[in-house]
Design a binder for this molecule. Structure first.
Ligand SMILES: [Zn+2]
Length: 297
């Protein structure tokens, strides 16, 4: 049990955008769109296809001694094949500033996994070069995640998005700012870094504890609430679907038993809720107030 009181830990959401840019079938091949029609983040039908509404957000954690950014959304001015990610110009950085944190104040950047919508703000364009946005931070990455995306298999997977490693990750390596990990560890008393692999080979979650309250930042272990009701349901983009499903079950068992708040990266609204075991599955109940939610695009 941590000695930190809830007031010792501050958590802010830094929201980049939200969109209804993914068809149900794109993320969940073969799934009947009617299966998600009653959930909070399904819209449509748009033409023949129902679309899923996704938010894109980072979390900023301050424990009084260190400032930790979890995930970096899509970023500005980056050329991407997916139109929803291409050449964005969002006020994400202004929203970070609005929390009272400057980029140089960030001590750690935890990237849950190396998909393009989680690592974009790791770098920004300065005088024509992509440079680390957080010059004093250590960027923490699972060793297997780095190895996978820089392998031939990972390079092939990059084709659908564009080579975002070149503008968002390689500059971090070039500046010597990356620390690799391969197992669970803590940052102080409040923050626990927990590999939960499957969606990608080094996918990682972050738990923040303050007093009796826990917040479980689940990254992309879940993309949509239907995966809480049906944890076996993987996405088209899960590298190891069976392992991803196992990680979802572990997370659901943990948060339902401990009462931790669950906050996946892309759920809409507050993006945060409680999970309760119901029969042989689980139910997600959103909270009406996120730890902090300074606006949406
Ligand atoms: Zn994502």
């Amino acid at each position: 049990m941590t000695s930190l009181r809830p007031e010792d830990v501050r958590i802010d959401q830094i929201v980049e955008s939200s969109c209804t840019c993914f068809g149900v079938d794109e993320f969940f091949p073969g799934l009947d769109p009617a299966a998600v029609a009653g959930d909070m983040s399904a819209t449509g039908p748009e033409g023949e296809t129902a679309h899923l509404e996704y938010a894109f957000r980072s979390h900023l954690v301050r424990d009084g001694q260190r400032t930790i950014l979890v995930d970096g959304c899509v970023g500005n001015g980056k050329h991407r094949m997916r139109p929803a990610f291409d050449d964005l110009a969002t006020p994400w950085l202004d929203r970070l500033h609005a929390t009272g944190v400057r980029p140089e104040d960030v001590d750690y950047v935890v990237i849950t996994h190396l998909h393009a919508d989680h690592v974009g703000w790791a770098t920004t364009l300065v005088d024509g070069r992509w440079v680390p946005t957080f010059p004093n931070a250590r960027y923490l990455l699972h060793r297997d995640e780095l190895e996978y995306w820089y392998s031939d298999v990972g390079a092939a997977a990059l084709l659908r998005t564009g080579d975002y490693l070149a503008d968002s990750v390689t500059p971090l390596l070039d500046h010597g700012l990356v620390d690799r990990f391969d197992s669970e560890f803590t940052l102080g008393d409040a923050v626990r870094i927990i590999p939960m692999i499957g969606h990608t080979p080094g996918h990682t979650c972050v738990e923040v504890t303050a007093g009796d309250e826990r917040l479980f930042l689940a990254g992309d272990a879940f993309h949509h609430p239907i995966q809480i009701r049906r944890p076996e349901l993987g996405t088209r983009y899960c590298v190891d679907p069976a392992q991803a499903a196992e990680s979802r079950r572990r997370i659901l068992a943990y948060v339902s038993e401990t009462g931790a708040l669950l906050a996946p990266a892309h759920f809409v609204g507050t993006g945060t809720g409680r999970v309760h075991a119901v029969g042989d599955g689980y139910r997600f109940t959103p909270v009406t107030t996120a730890p902090a939610a300074p606006g949406r695009v």
